[in-house]
Design a binder for this molecule. Structure first.
Ligand code: ATP
Length: 426
């Protein structure tokens, strides 16, 4: 493991415009971050990969985009109002707070001071709706994105030709008053989740649970630079409705490891919403003449944790070079275009033409500052797979130098082949 890897990633993210501390000019706000120009490109690429994999590589999955604020009864039915709590201890000396579960003994890990007895905190983020003081409605920002999928399960069924088994997926924000926000993107108070809820017959839970466990791991392995760093963690303590639960972990993370939970939810969610709403949420299988509450396998991932782990995994130091060896499908830019010399108008003009053409189809960077070596370093650090240099020969023979990020090898390529070359790694 590279020394101070986490600090290096935080600094790279700030320096190059991936992630900024939120409301920084006011001193920031703990547990909140903003994605900058490069970060939003990478995050969108990640979300698009996930979405396409879910909805295009699996024929019976559709998506929704649910509201962040729901009727507050949702959170009573889901058990969050009662159970979304963390027992917390506070150091009497330095006032740092810790999850009681994380502490062995009764001393503060930071200053060795005495700790208070555990107190219970509910981590839902409350909010109010309405404009008249005294008549406002108390509700919550959603503590997990998946609830809107359960709420819309009948709407989806009624408006599609889906039959069990089928899935509904969603990417969206969730909010938690985390007791110990920190570790950069790992534990935030506002974050994004990407969930699949897979609805199936109760007799088929075992089969589908194993299927999704294996499918999800395959997907993660296909996007990480070092797939061997991924593993499963098996939960021993299970929710009463769950038969099994596994986390996909980034096993070498210097902070927490959990990236996605694969959960056996059984009929818990639909039964609870049926009970609290008074609506029949059962499924009728006309062919089999059967009526039942579908069971659910959930895969619930954190987009921001994936983003962080992908960066940690891709970060490489080779002599004096920093290289983000990210999968090219994820990188903010797919190529960078340079004129060899910025003060030669013919070179600049030809390079600009190439840049404009590629930019129509790919996200492409332009750089004409400093020397070529510095430009290479700068693109390596943000993961750009190809650097394209336009030189005097280019004006004669319509070829350019293409330099590969990982091998630093350079080759001469026809300008007309550039697009295909980039496509070949996406
Ligand atoms: P943890 O045990 O770390 O608090 P969790 O088990 O409560 O996480 P889930 O409720 O299963 O997490 O949420 C699914 C995913 O959402 C997690 O695997 C994680 O990737 C992401 N996630 C959860 N809490 C946060 C957070 N505070 N900040 C960023 N991502 C989060």
């Amino acid at each position: 493991m590279i020394d101070n890897l986490m600090e290096k990633i935080v600094s790279l993210c700030k320096r190059r415009g991936f992630v900024f501390p939120s409301s920084e000019i006011y001193g920031g706000l703990q547990g909140f971050y903003d994605f900058g120009p490069l970060g939003v490109e990478m995050k969108n690429n990640l979300k698009r990969l996930w979405w396409d994999w879910m909805t295009k590589e699996h024929s019976n999955i559709v998506g929704i985009d649910g509201a962040i604020i729901t009727n507050p009864k949702v959170w009573e039915a889901s058990g969050h109002v009662k159970n979304f709590v963390d027992p917390l201890v506070e150091c009497k000396k330095c006032h740092h707070r810790f999850k009681a579960d994380d502490i062995d003994g009764d001393k503060c890990p930071d200053c060795n001071g005495h700790l208070t007895e555990p107190k219970i905190f509910n981590i839902l983020v409350p909010t109010q709706l309405g404009v008249i003081e005294g008549e406002k409605m108390n509700t919550y920002l959603r503590g997990e994105a998946c609830q809107t999928i359960y709420l819309n399960y009948k709407n989806v069924l009624n408006t599609s030709r889906l039959k069990i088994p089928f899935g509904v997926c969603q990417i969206g924000k969730a909010f938690r008053n985390e007791v110990t926000p920190g570790n950069f993107l790992f534990r935030q108070r506002e974050f994004e989740q990407c969930d699949l809820q897979w609805f199936c017959h109760p007799n088929e839970m075992e089969k589908w649970f194993e299927y999704w466990k294996s499918e999800r791991m395959k997907w993660f392995k296909s996007i990480f630079t070092h797939p061997e760093n991924l593993s499963f963690y098996k939960h021993e303590k299970l929710a009463h409705y769950a038969k099994k639960a596994f986390d996909v972990e980034y096993a070498v993370s210097p902070v927490g490891k959990e990236m996605e939970g694969i959960h056996w939810r059984g009929d818990w969610d639909l039964s609870r919403h049926s009970e609290f709403s008074g609506q029949d949420l059962s499924y009728t299988d006309l062919e089999a003449g059967e009526k039942f509450i579908p069971n659910i396998v959930e895969t619930s991932g954190g987009v921001d944790r994936m983003f962080l782990f992908l960066l940690l995994d891709a970060y490489t130091e080779e002599e004096d070079r920093i290289i983000l060896k990210l999968d090219p499908r994820l990188t903010p830019y797919k190529a960078a275009v340079f004129p060899l010399l910025a003060n030669k108008p013919k070179l600049v003009e030809r390079a600009k033409e190439i840049y404009d053409n590629l930019q129509k189809y790919f996200s492409v960077a332009w750089d004409d500052r400093g020397n070529i070596g510095k430009r290479y370093y700068s693109q390596d650090e943000i993961g750009t797979p190809f650097c394209i240099t336009v030189d005097f020969d280019s004006l004669e023979d319509n070829t350019v130098t293409v330099r590969d990020r990982d091998t630093a090898k350079q080759e001469r390529i026809k300008i007309s082949d550039l697009s295909d070359r980039i496509k070949s790694v996406l």
